[in-house]
Design a protein around this ligand. Structure first.
Ligand code: PLP
Length: 475
């Protein structure tokens, strides 16, 4: 996709006019248009019974409008867009939008709260239903409880126990059904129809898109002179709402969407010109694992996104590790993919001068990266950190053949200790060796400081031993 050239009329809506608008206490998206492309498939989506008369939904954001926004402002509190200490490392001014700090741990509260607020009185009395394994379920359950609206969530059997219990603790009616989310979704839609509960799709309901758009408004308020915004993409709801908000006010801001290469469903939709089912694998970014993006989300976002990027899993793990170590932030895989794209070097157009001295100042591009969720199981976090360490060359595996005579292994451990390398695991094998029977093969997992330290170790081993197998492929 090419970069969208703003039209003349849009160019005039620059930062100064945004400020002008705010002075009148009307923080504005004049109109947030969400095309309704599901209208013809009423049978599948319960909510079209409610909005099928509209061709376009027009939503006006107005901070003075207590009816629409007060709940969002009070409950989905502004989360900071703080400048990251990592900025100099990557040659750009990075501002993290810290959505993982929301009460239920993700941006999903924005859309959930707004969709619940926009229900008719009758719908509020009946309640709503949704299918989700995680963040959408948590957000709906919490805000449903807060607004006194009954929420039923259908969660697949693979949903983490912690999330199931949290939804229950917010008073939601939790039904575990389906081996995966698509089965849960079918069931939720059927049950919704049967019981008259409105089905709320977590990434495609127009009010969900609109609610997520408030993240874009906050970003513009907090980093008014931003140049680019990097947003993780699953079903497409977050990027659709946010891009719409930002491009309305600042058409010159680049919007970059990021997916895991294990689930590139938005990129596939762009290639096909419509949502299609993408080939998927398992991913650390489970929140982005939506094989087919939403139709409303796609139609709304496709012309607003300047570039889609897919990142590798190891960089997502590395991003999680960097956030823990350098930002003291616990962020889940889906939430860390924006930083992963930067670490993987996939946004060279945003890079400026990289600084070695972190106190130096430079005038680089200002990039907002949405850290949109923090719900990661502690056990998964442990495993991901190990993968991040491996990707960072701080956890190394190698196999070396040494003498089996007394002192052979002691020599090896001396090489390691002389270099300050610490051993995590070590074991040796004799039976399958084809060489000299007085040799033994030693498999090691060791901790090194960084890439250079690991390279130093590899050189030392190759210098001393004839047979060294370096790296993870051996195992
Ligand atoms: C933490 C997190 N980030 C990003 C996303 C992607 O949002 P969307 O599905 O609206 O594209 C999700 C979706 O669940 C998520 O949980």
């Amino acid at each position: 996709m090419g970069v969208q050239e703003p039209e003349d009329g849009m160019r005039s809506r620059t930062r100064s006019s945004a400020i002008e608008v705010r002075c009148q206490k009307t923080f504005l998206i004049p109109v947030l248009q969400v095309d309704l492309h599901f209208i013809h498939s009423k049978t599948r989506h319960h909510y079209f019974d409610v909005i099928s008369n509209c061709d376009v939904i027009l939503i006006r954001y107005d901070v003075t409008d207590k009816l629409v926004m007060s709940g969002l402002i009070e409950c989905v509190k502004y989360k900071s867009s703080a400048k990251s200490r990592m900025s100099p490392m990557f040659g750009m001014n990075i501002f993290f939008k810290k959505e993982f700090l929301q009460i239920t741990g993700s941006f999903k509260e924005r859309g959930a709260r707004y969709a619940l607020q926009m229900l008719s009185k009758e719908q509020k009395e009946k309640g709503v239903i949704a299918a989700s394994a995680g963040n959408h379920a948590l957000a709906l359950s919490y805000h449903g409880h807060d607004l006194g609206i009954n929420v039923t969530v259908i969660m697949p059997i693979i949903a983490p126990i912690m999330k199931v219990s949290a939804c229950k603790s917010y008073g939601a009616n939790v039904i575990i059904h389906g081996a995966d989310i698509s089965v849960s979704k079918d069931y939720a839609q059927r049950l919704g129809k049967e019981k008259g509960l409105m089905y709320i799709n977590g990434y495609d309901h127009p009010h969900i898109l609109a609610g997520q758009g408030t993240m874009g408004l906050e970003i513009l308020e907090q980093v008014p002179d931003l140049d680019a915004c990097i947003i993780p993409v699953g079903g497409g709801g977050l990027i659709a709402g946010t891009a719409l908000a930002i491009k309305n006010l600042r058409p010159d801001v680049k919007i970059i969407g990021v997916e895991s290469d294990q689930c590139p469903s938005f990129s596939a939709a762009i290639d096909a010109g419509k949502p299609v089912r993408a080939n998927t694998g398992s991913t650390i970014a489970d929140g982005l694992a939506v094989p087919t993006v939403g139709v409303n989300a796609f139609v709304t976002a496709k012309s607003l996104i300047d570039r889609m990027i897919t990142v590798k899993e190891e960089y997502i793990a590395l991003a999680i590790l960097r956030l823990v170590e350098l930002e003291k932030a616990v962020v889940e895989g889906a939430g860390a993919t924006g930083l992963a794209a930067i670490i993987q070097g996939l946004v060279p157009e945003l890079e400026g001068k990289k600084l070695v001295n972190l106190l130096e100042r430079c005038l680089n591009i200002r990039v907002v990266v949405a850290l949109c969720g923090g719900n990661i199981d502690t056990t998964a976090l442990g495993r991901v950190i190990e993968r991040g360490l491996a990707a960072d060359h701080r956890l190394i595996r190698f196999v070396v053949t040494v003498s089996d005579r007394p002192g052979g292994i002691a020599e090896l451990t001396k090489v390691l200790s002389d270099l300050g390398v610490s051993i995590k695991d070590i074991f040796h094998e004799r039976a399958w060796l084809k060489s000299n029977i007085f040799n033994v093969q030693v498999k090691c997992v060791v901790e090194t400081r960084d890439h250079e330290h690991a390279a130093e170790l590899e050189n030392a081993l190759r210098k001393k031993y004839q047979q060294v197998i370096w790296g993870p492929w051996y195992f």
